[in-house]
Ligand binder design. Structure first.
Ligand code: IVH
Length: 666
């Protein structure tokens, strides 16, 4: 089966299970298996360059003040280069379509410039002064990094120009600055882009001085009292004339020439002192930009050419089997270390045994390994057959020897007490999204399980300095720090504890909703008990929380009713872990605070979670059903009965733009 075939087959399977679940209310597989299918589907889509739905990243940290963008910061349509020259074809199709929409003749006058793999920034100059710098954020609003940009030295603070203009560009860390930062850093840094973002979001701007952050500015978003030239090339020259750092766009005529220029850069890229992840092709005539406008996601006047991912051959030293926190068995390729796209790769997931059999990579083979940008390394297939025997599917769990279960394309260890599962769940519990226990990394958890026999999260909180000191890589001081970190983590609150349990379907968002709705664990456990004894009301109560489907409500209550889960929670309570809800930071916005909102339909740019989070962060509440007490109904496309009810009740109905204006405050 080729990846494309597997993708198509998975798509059909998922559609089938969706129908069983949503239309017939008779699921054939567990939610965990469904989630795994979806994960695999998404991973394949990423490999194949298929956009399931353009959801550009959100870089909001919540630590800095947010500022709405006057014009959204969009992403770019992509033409990805494969071995078949597919990007050139896509570029040609783009030219034809663009010429037709803009009603101009081909070939189009185009600019070609590198796509900097950095962090987008919007900068405003007012009467010659840099007055504001904002991150991309979620595209509609970003975070204020004015002080950080001013301290970074990446962009001049003054320019010889009256009037106001917003210029957009990319902040980046050149390779030498990244290496220097890495040498000073106690934690390993993933790549220059992340390191740059980390620097620019530091709260203390003074620490950004002298770190070597640089910028390229490439686009004017709007101006007031400034006359701009009409071509992209001339705007770039104008910015350079002001003393701002710019890329030097090459001008070409037509898509074919643009593709040739992009191709040529594939080689040049290796010699640049900073990372680029592709090229950007733009219409040179800016007057056509306005005529063409943009879709919800990207401008119609530009397209990104993505380089093919870097690929190398290396020896497959072994295939190990990993047991996940829900028991899924994943084959992992152990590789002769190879340097790819700036990092050393020595392991790569083989995803599942169906995929392993399809690729038929054997221990000893020379295999192709690929890494595209920040995407995890992939084993593509055999480069040269050197091994003999294929790796067989395991029949027992490598950690506890239980007979494995097959569900769809995955194998599972069915034993919840399996030591490997227990260990993975503890790692999840201690991890970032959950209890965030500083200093409790994987290596220490491994030892706590094997040497100290830990099996449950509650036991973590009874650890003493003596229990910890003496473990590998843990001195007396670190042991004391860890005990302090554990004591600190006891106060994280109910939402983090619920997230940390690694129960199916209870992710961060639902955990927060549950904590917010019930305030304490006791009423939730009470509902679980009533549910277990056949009372239908608990499901209805959870189902009434916005965004919670009935099957999710059922799954939550089923799991919370399990004696093993209750035992963990009782243990945590006994260990002094706080099981009440923490209030989240709220920056009250007049007109929103204290008001109740109902969201319905699909909003053009915000997901429902994002919209809800913004309302809550401004002091409002989001409820599931419309009533006379509802202050606002935010309606998007395909809004249904809730909108009709709101109209009948004569409530205030907002679209997304209206909501955003309201959130800005009076
Ligand atoms: S033009 C979308 N030019 O790539 C608005 N973008 O995937 C027009 N980027 O968010 C963008 N180098 O942060 C443009 N030379 C370049 C670029 C560039 C990097 C980033 C930009 C944008 C992202 C889109």
């Amino acid at each position: 089966m080729t990846p494309a075939d597997e993708f198509a087959a998975l798509g059909a399977q998922i559609a089938h299970h969706d129908a069983r679940y949503y239309q017939q209310a008779a699921p054939e597989i567990t939610d965990a298996v469904y989630d795994d299918l979806k994960d695999r589907y998404r991973a394949l889509a990423a490999d194949l360059g298929i956009d399931l739905q353009e959801t550009p990243g959100n870089d909001l940290t919540g630590d800095l003040p947010t500022i709405p963008h006057r014009m959204p910061m969009l992403s770019l349509e992509k033409a990805s280069e494969g071995e078949d020259g597919s990007a050139a074809l896509k570029l040609a199709a783009w030219e034809t379509r663009t010429a037709r929409l803009a009603e101009v003749a081909m070939p189009l006058a185009l600019t070609v410039e590198p796509k900097i793999d950095g962090m987008s920034v919007s900068v405003i100059f007012t009467n010659g002064r840099l007055t504001r710098a904002v991150t991309r954020g979620d595209g509609l609003a970003g975070e204020d990094i004015t002080a950080q940009v001013q301290a970074s030295g990446a962009i001049p603070l003054t320019v010889p120009c009256a009037g106001t203009f917003e210029v957009r560009g990319e902040l980046y860390l050149p390779h030498d600055a990244f290496a220097a930062l890495q040498a000073r850093s106690t934690k390993p840094l993933a790549n220059p882009r992340n390191a740059c973002a980390g620097l620019m979001k530091r709260k203390d701007a003074t620490t950004v001085v002298g770190q070597g952050v640089q910028a390229f500015l490439y686009q004017i978003a709007w101006t007031e009292g400034v006359d701009l030239p009409t071509t992209q090339t001339a705007v770039s020259a104008w910015l350079a004339h002001l003393g701002l750092p710019v890329l030097c766009p090459q001008t070409v005529s037509g898509a074919e020439a643009a593709a040739a220029t992009c191709s040529a850069w594939t080689e040049r890229r290796a010699h640049l002192p900073y990372d680029i992840d592709g090229m950007v092709v733009k219409l040179d005539d800016r007057r056509l930009h306005d005529r063409l406008g943009s879709t919800e996601h990207h401008p119609r006047w530009a397209i990104a050419w993505k380089f093919p991912p870097e690929r190398k051959a290396t020896t497959l030293r072994g295939i190990t089997i990993q047991v996940g926190k829900s028991g899924k068995l994943t084959p992992v390729a152990e590789l002769e270390p190879v340097s790819l796209a700036g990092t050393t790769v020595s392991r790569a997931s083989l995803h599942n045994f169906v995929e392993l059999e399809r690729k038929d990579v054997r221990v000893g083979d020379l295999v192709w390994v690929e890494k595209a940008g920040e995407i995890i390394p992939q084993v593509l297939g055999v480069a040269e057959r050197r091994g003999d025997t294929p790796t067989a599917r395991p029949t027992t769990c490598p950690a506890c020897q239980s007979a494995v279960m097959t569900e769809e394309i995955f194998l599972y260890c069915p034993n919840p007490g399996c030591p490997a599962q227990v260990r993975e769940r503890l790692k999840h519990f201690a991890g970032r999204g959950a209890m965030d226990i500083d200093g409790l990394g994987e290596a220490i958890i491994d030892q706590l399980c094997t040497v100290r026999g830990l099996t449950s999260p509650a036991q973590l909180f009874t650890l003493t300095v003596e229990d910890l000191a003496g473990l590998d890589r843990l001195g007396a001081k670190s042991a004391a720090n860890l005990v302090a970190a554990l004591a600190d983590a006891k106060g994280r609150g109910l939402a983090r504890v619920l997230t940390g349990l690694a129960l199916h379907q209870i992710g961060e968002k639902l955990a927060q909703d549950l904590a917010g709705r019930f305030g304490r664990l006791a009423p939730l456990l009470d509902l679980a008990r009533r549910h277990a004894s056949g009372d239908p009301e608990p499901v209805a109560i959870l189902d009434a929380i916005d965004g919670v489907a009935e099957t999710t409500a059922r799954a939550v209550l089923d799991q919370l009713a399990q004696p093993a889960v209750q035992e963990i929670l009782t243990g945590l309570a006994a260990a002094g872990v706080d099981l009440t809800a923490r209030a989240t930071a709220v920056r009250v916005v007049e007109g929103v605070a204290g008001k109740s909102f109902v969201l319905t339909g699909t909003l053009p740019t915000l997901t429902r979670d994002q919209a809800a989070a913004r309302i809550v962060a401004a002091g409002g509440t989001v409820v599931g059903s419309v009533s006379k007490k509802t202050a606002f109904v935010v309606a998007g496309e395909e809004a249904g009965s809730k909108l009709a009810k709101a109209q009948a009740l004569n409530l205030t109905i907002l679209d997304e733009a209206g909501l955003l204006r309201l959130l800005e405050g009076p």
